[in-house]
Design a binder for this molecule. Structure first.
Ligand code: ZN
Length: 281
């Protein structure tokens, strides 16, 4: 059974419609006890699938409308970003198509919740709507054909980028430019891949103050999810909770001279996954 995992006040919860079930309070049988930490839940995907199938028989803990969700993956061990991974975005950035994935560190300290405010620290902060992949099963040298078996689920992400910082050095330091505090909001929930009609073709949009800025589809990824997992795991071991921000489609502010300003509302939607709303201040 597919599942939707949320972080409710730091505790792992499974979402069922408008309600949520606190996992640690629900999974009482010793053989399937999952701790309250969302990081622990992500490392026990099989148990989440099993528990999700029984939610209909259980009393929910509360209503989603009454809580503020945190990032579904609050403390990833590693977090990767992929640059120039959509053809049209590479073109608008004035760069050639990369022969291999362009991988940078999106430092885990930047991870924030799906309604977290984005603190602008320069006049060159930019949005980047992205599909974020969450590893569920550790592995090294994972073949592309097996890659989805290592994925706990996917979620929406914003690879908020301070272009001033990013291009303050040459070669650019992507890692720092995309890792200011709070510049990695993710959510609202982690959705297991089997919940998606086509996990390799997900519509993704980004609106700023209701204006559509990005309108893409993950079927246009130059290096798709299996290719990224094969490439990165060929270099280092991927572990449960590790994140991959898979790259952004065309329409970023830098290409249009439209940077984020205080009060801007960034709305990120991935079909079948959910919508995340972050306000700039
Ligand atoms: Zn990006």
């Amino acid at each position: 059974m597919s599942f939707r995992l949320a972080n409710v006040h730091g505790r792992a919860a499974l979402v069922d419609g408008d309600h949520y079930h606190d996992i640690a309070a629900t999974s009482t049988a010793p053989e399937r006890t999952i701790g309250p930490d969302p990081m622990d839940a992500i490392a026990h995907c099989a148990a989440l699938h099993e528990l999700a199938g029984r939610l209909g028989d259980l009393e929910p803990t509360g209503a989603l409308a009454d809580v503020t969700l945190g990032p579904p993956v609050p403390r990833p061990r590693n977090s990767f970003g992929i640059g120039l991974n959509y053809r049209a975005h590479a073109e608008e950035s004035g760069r050639d198509l990369p022969p291999n994935p362009v991988v940078f560190a999106k430092y885990p300290s930047c991870i924030a919740g799906p309604t977290a405010e984005v603190e602008l620290r320069s006049n060159a902060a930019d949005y980047e709507a992205e599909l974020v992949v969450v590893i569920g099963t550790a592995g090294r040298d994972i073949a592309a054909a097996d890659a989805w078996d290592h994925v706990a689920g996917v979620t929406c992400g914003q690879d908020i980028s301070d272009r001033k910082v990013q291009f303050a050095a040459e070669p650019p330091h992507f890692g720092l430019g995309k890792s200011r505090d709070g510049y990695g909001p993710i959510g609202p929930v982690l959705v297991s891949p089997d919940a998606l009609a086509d996990r390799d073709a997900l519509a993704i949009t980004c609106d700023v103050n209701g204006e559509r800025r990005q309108d893409g589809n993950t079927s246009d990824l130059i290096f798709d999810v299996p290719a990224l997992i094969e490439y990165i795991s060929g270099i280092l071991t991927l572990a449960p909770g590790d994140l991959i921000f898979t790259g952004t489609p065309e329409g970023v502010g830098a290409a249009q001279g439209k940077f984020l300003t205080p009060g801007d509302v960034i709305t990120t939607t991935i079909d079948g996954v959910g919508t995340m709303t972050n306000t700039c201040r």
